[in-house]
Design a protein. Structure first.
Length: 650
């Protein structure tokens, strides 16, 4: 049935009646103040000479643009359309005099033009809809492809599927495979991984698994690999293998009605999961509070939506597969890092846990910097990837110690154990020599003088011998004391230097010093336990670390790990090592790690070469380095105020 909009016309009622009857149209009379509307079927507007001037041209143009057609009837004495009326608005112009045939031809022409316009508009609308859908799928695909967090990805998949379909609720299942014992087949199940419900967000979600078979709707779709559309989940087709569990609806007063269940297939066309959408709504923002509201608002999922969600499910499957692969790679890399840290700490068991504590405290300081709204770092924010980068740099910052000689790496005292043993043996030899000389002098006196005056001689000899024993005891004690390293520069060593000048005779009668030049050099180290050469060897671990880390093909997100780790012993004033760079060349990530590294080195449990420094003293030492321009004052303040040092105990 076609529609003809009529104006009060000054032509024969019989003529228009005949035309209408011939075309079998439904007509309605419109007034000049009526709204012109175009229906779903071709619509024409018939205007006589008078009514042409009663409408605004914009109104008529809008009518034509919307898919309508206009027929203009000529007025009395008018042979051509007036110039004031645009010809492009007309489908036909019928001049006076006209009869039924002319009017019929004009009507047919107008209807054909209106139909063509409607088809064109419909095609453009469909094309626009398809373009919009394609754009939406592309946008969703990009969002899925760039999301690295696995749980966030799953939530994004379900959210986007609900949005493009107008679904009130939805669930996501993943296929899981449990390897069986030797000779047994692997067990495959569906893991109910995620659920969303717009109308009832308060409903708790409990993850669980269900058998991968045809008994459930999700299992049926996963097994067959085909979409399943249900207009009413409570009214299932006869003879189907699956059923719906109504316990959820009964427990929470929800009404599951229309349902769309789509398999998610990977690039091998294997089902890796199921996407289930529930209750497509006429209006997105409506909450379904009762079965009556569900009946009124819930509509079926259209075939087009099945196509859209199937395309989305394909994208989702690839994204899930990629995310799982990414997580596998991350676990592999995490294992490698842990193995590397274990290798470092096995070479020096006394530093066990140091790398992990430094990493934890550095990440903790980064989090505090993120939260601060004052100071020079108030604009600094670290992304999740940058925090991972900081953590890995902290874990691997000392890996270069594998390139340092173990005896230097674990050197506990200023002298190596064998060197101290040699000094003790020398001391023992000198003692025995003194004792032998003591007894020789007593024997010689008795041989030469007998018992006469022996008592006085022996008393003086004993006194001299005791003084000598005390002196030699002071010597070895001074060596033992000087052998202990200190955290801060300490010691004057004048007494030790006096003993170094003293001589004794060896078994061959040659004069030897109490202490060799190398022994004196080590014992007079004012800080720590290493001499210059050993210190440089230890410091070389930073360069070894950098060179090792540079060999790893880091991803774009982690490519700064070598640079961050390289500077963890540098100081803002250029006094650090190995490159002696200053503040502007030290990134904030490295500055944070330096604070954490120094704090842990000071407070870590007692080690053979140093005692643990109490918390207050450790913080005082760090503040002193701030005053000396070596550490970042703002970062140290945040480290203390944020109690980041407590991260080392976690």
């Amino acid at each position: 049935m076609r529609y003809l909009l009529l104006h009060p016309a000054e032509f024969s009622p019989d003529a228009i009646a005949e035309a209408l009857e011939t075309e079998r149209v439904a007509a309605r009379i419109v007034k000049s103040n009526d709204e012109l509307t175009v229906g779903e079927i071709p619509t024409a507007l018939l205007l006589d000479g008078t009514s042409r001037n009663q409408w605004k041209l914009e109104t008529l143009r809008h009518f034509v643009t919307a898919g309508g057609a206009i027929i203009a009837l000529g007025a009395d004495g008018e042979h051509d359309l007036p110039d004031a009326f645009p010809e492009d608005l007309l489908a036909a112009y019928v001049p006076q005099p006209y009869g039924p045939r002319q009017l019929l031809i004009a009507l047919r022409t107008a209807y054909r033009e209106a139909a063509a316009r409607r088809d064109s508009l419909r095609a453009r609308s469909e094309a626009s809809t398809r373009t919009k859908e394609l754009g939406e799928l592309t946008r969703i695909g990009m969002a899925l492809a760039t999301e690295r967090d696995y749980n966030t990805l799953l939530d994004l998949i379900l959210t986007q599927a609900r949005e493009i379909t107008g679904a009130d609720a939805g669930s996501l299942y993943l296929v899981e495979t449990k390897e069986g014992e030797e000779g047994e087949e692997a067990e495959r199940t569906l893991h109910f991984k995620l659920a969303q419900n717009y109308s009832r967000p308060d409903i708790p979600f409990v993850t669980h698994t269900i058998p991968l078979d045809r008994a459930s709707i999700a299992g049926y779709v996963a097994t067959t690999g085909e979409p399943l559309v249900l207009d009413d989940a409570y009214v299932l087709p006869e003879g189907v293998e699956y059923s719906i569990n109504r316990s959820f609806d009964e427990k929470y007063g929800y009404r599951t009605k229309s349902m769309l269940t789509i398999p998610m297939k990977d690039h091998k066309d294997e089902v890796i999961g199921v996407l289930q959408l529930i209750n497509r709504k006429r209006r997105h923002d409506v909450k379904l509070g009762s079965p009556e509201e569900s009946d009124a608002e819930v509509i079926a999922f259209s075939p087009r939506l099945v196509e859209l969600v199937s395309a989305l499910a394909g994208q989702a499957a690839v994204s899930i597969e990629n995310s799982q692969l990414y997580e596998d790679i991350e676990r592999l890399f995490e294992g490698f890092v842990r193995a590397a840290v274990t290798a470092i700490e096995q070479r020096d068991p006394t530093t066990f846990g140091h790398s992990g504590r430094v990493a934890s405290m550095t990440v903790g300081l980064a989090e505090v910097v993120d939260r601060t709204r004052t100071g020079i770092y108030k604009q600094v924010n670290f992304t999740r990837e940058e925090v991972r980068e900081i953590r890995y740099a902290g874990l691997l910052h000392d890996f270069g110690k594998v390139g340092v000689r173990e005896q230097v790496l674990v050197k506990a005292k200023k002298l190596y154990p064998q060197e101290l043993s040699l000094v003790r043996q020398r001391h023992g030899f000198i003692l025995r020599t003194a004792e032998r000389e003591f007894y020789r002098k007593r024997m010689e006196y008795l041989e030469q003088h007998g018992r006469e005056g022996y008592a006085d001689f022996a008393a003086k000899l004993d006194e001299e011998f005791n003084r000598q024993m005390e002196d030699l005891s002071r010597f070895i004690q001074m060596v033992v004391d000087a052998n202990e390293p200190t955290v801060l520069p300490a010691g004057t060593f004048e007494g030790l230097m006096e003993y170094a000048e003293r001589r004794y005779q060896d078994l061959e009668g040659k004069d030897r010093p109490f202490l060799s030049d190398d022994e004196v050099r080590f014992l007079t180290i004012r800080k720590g336990s290493l001499d210059e050469a050993e210190r440089l060897e230890i410091e070389s671990h930073v360069t070894h670390t950098y060179r090792f880390l540079r060999q790893i093909p880091w991803t774009k997100e982690l490519r700064d790990i070598p640079r961050i780790a390289y500077g963890h012993h540098e100081k803002l004033d250029g006094s650090g090592y190995p490159r002696h760079v200053s503040a502007d060349q030290i990134p904030i990530q490295t500055r944070m790690m330096t604070v954490a590294d120094i704090f842990d080195a000071l407070t870590a449990s007692d080690r053979p070469y140093k005692r643990a420094v109490p918390l207050d003293k450790a913080l005082d030492i760090i503040r002193m380095e701030v005053r000396d321009g070596m550490l970042d004052a703002d970062l140290v303040r945040l480290f203390v105020e944020g109690k980041v040092f407590e991260k080392g105990d976690e």
